[in-house]
Design a protein around this ligand. Structure first.
Ligand code: CAA
Length: 380
């Protein structure tokens, strides 16, 4: 077993780190405060190839492995998770889903712009009454012969207003349960499709999360992904990889908070010495470091399994569960170590703590990950 990163991996890690420090860090507090989207920064991420990292170069992507992707996700999430969730959804939910299950025509038309940086995509599974219980889709796609008529509402959609293309999950045959669900590619300007206002969120405020409304929205049959009834499997298989991306995001948030806490503990003096030299603080930092290292190993293992074309669904769920829980723990302790300064925006850690909370919720809550993990144990 070799834990060493290759030269190429180190280069990608450095490129993402440099980009995050020079182009994401300036203005990150104001963007969070005023819920301003990182539009210019995401454009740069498109130019630098971060938005379609794993896609085959013949479709305009970077042709990189999942390890490269999680390294970049970690670096970008240390500084700005609003930018990294936009990156993660585009890479692991939209591009991966299209590359793995799309027809050649769909790939040429949609994947090429998404991977090469000309477009952004969104993944629309959740609904007002179907979040964790994802098979209970109320959005209906009625088969009208050569097109589907889409009616319904989607909730909590990342990249909701920034996307050109949306992967939308809907029921075609409700009587068949999850086997009657389909996935569709919907273009932004399709008549009958409207994007609602964005949510006023606790964290990741630069990433805008929207409701999507479909009213008699005509979607060509050619835009269905996979065989009739494949939509739920499509969503689950896609989320298996998405969870690795979010686990890497949680890892980055934790590492970012830990770095800040270490730096602060070395500089801040109390009772005649830097607070790092007080065991109460040193032990906190030791535990935060151990938690973050454990998350990193789980994230890299899940990414490695995916690169080896082995089953990574349980490993991805474990990585997301552990990294999200430990990010919440590490960021909360980072705020505590900063004392009063931790509670104000200038010191970044309160933002990281608010951002960490979302990693326990989206792409499957921590409780859903525990369902996935425990079901796998039953099968063993
Ligand atoms: N991978 C592949 N297939 C899976 C799967 C997985 N992880 N989990 C379930 N399936 C398959 C099952 O094998 C089954 O298929 P068959 O009938 O062919 O055997 C089918 O899906 C139905 O499975 P279950 O009977 O287990 O379904 P369930 O209703 O009991 O629960 C669940 C499944 C795991 C709870 C699932 O509903 C789930 O993952 N829910 C969470 C949804 C989620 O993650 N939402 C996040 C929204 S996206 C988002 O946040 C994006 C964003 O913008 C940031």
């Amino acid at each position: 077993m070799d834990f060493t990163l290759s030269e190429e991996h180190l280069m990608i890690q450095k490129a993402a780190r440099d980009f995050a420090r020079t182009e994401l860090l300036p203005g990150v507090i104001e963007r969070d405060d005023k819920a301003i989207k990182p539009i210019e920064q995401v454009k740069r991420m498109q130019e630098l190839g971060f938005m379609g990292m794993m896609v085959d170069p013949k479709y305009g992507g970077g042709g990189m492995d999942t390890i490269s992707y999680v390294l970049a996700m970690e670096e970008i999430s240390k500084i700005d998770s609003s930018a990294s969730v936009m990156m993660s959804v585009n890479n692991s939910l939209v591009c991966w889903g299209l590359e793995t299950y799309g027809t050649e025509e769909q790939k040429q038309k949609y994947l090429v712009p998404l991977a090469s940086g000309d477009a952004i995509g969104a993944f629309a599974l959740s609904e007002p009454e179907a979040g964790s219980d994802a098979t209970k889709q109320h959005t209906i796609a009625k088969d009208m012969g050569d097109y589907y008529l889409l009616n319904g509402i989607k909730n909590w959609i990342t990249n909701g207003s920034d996307s050109q293309y949306y992967l939308v999950i809907a029921h075609t045959h409700p009587e068949k349960g999850h086997k009657g669900i389909n996935a569709f590619i919907v273009e932004k300007d399709t008549p009958g499709f409207t994007v609602g206002p964005h949510e006023n969120k606790m964290g990741m405020r630069g990433s805008h999360t929207h409701q999507l409304m479909f009213q008699d929205c005509k979607v060509p049959k050619a835009n269905r992904i996979g065989e009739d009834g494949f939509g739920f499997k499509f969503a689950m298989n896609t989320l298996n990889g998405g969870r690795i991306g979010i686990a890497a995001q949680a890892l980055g948030i934790a590492q970012g908070a830990l770095d800040l806490a270490i730096q602060y503990a070395k500089e801040r003096k109390a009772f005649g010495k830097p607070i790092f030299e007080h065991q109460a603080i040193a032990f906190k930092l030791a535990k935060m470091h151990a938690e973050t290292e454990a998350s990193r190993l789980l994230v890299h293992k899940a990414a490695w399994l995916k690169d080896q074309h082995k089953d990574y669904s349980t490993a991805g769920a474990i990585a997301k569960y552990y990294a999200a829980e430990s990010a919440m723990y590490v960021t909360t302790e980072a705020v505590q170590i900063h004392g009063g300064y931790g509670y104000v925006k200038e010191y970044h850690v309160e933002r990281l703590m608010r951002d960490a909370k979302l990693t326990q919720i989206y792409e499957g809550t921590s409780e859903i990950q525990q369902i996935v993990i425990s079901r796998a144990l039953l099968k063993e």
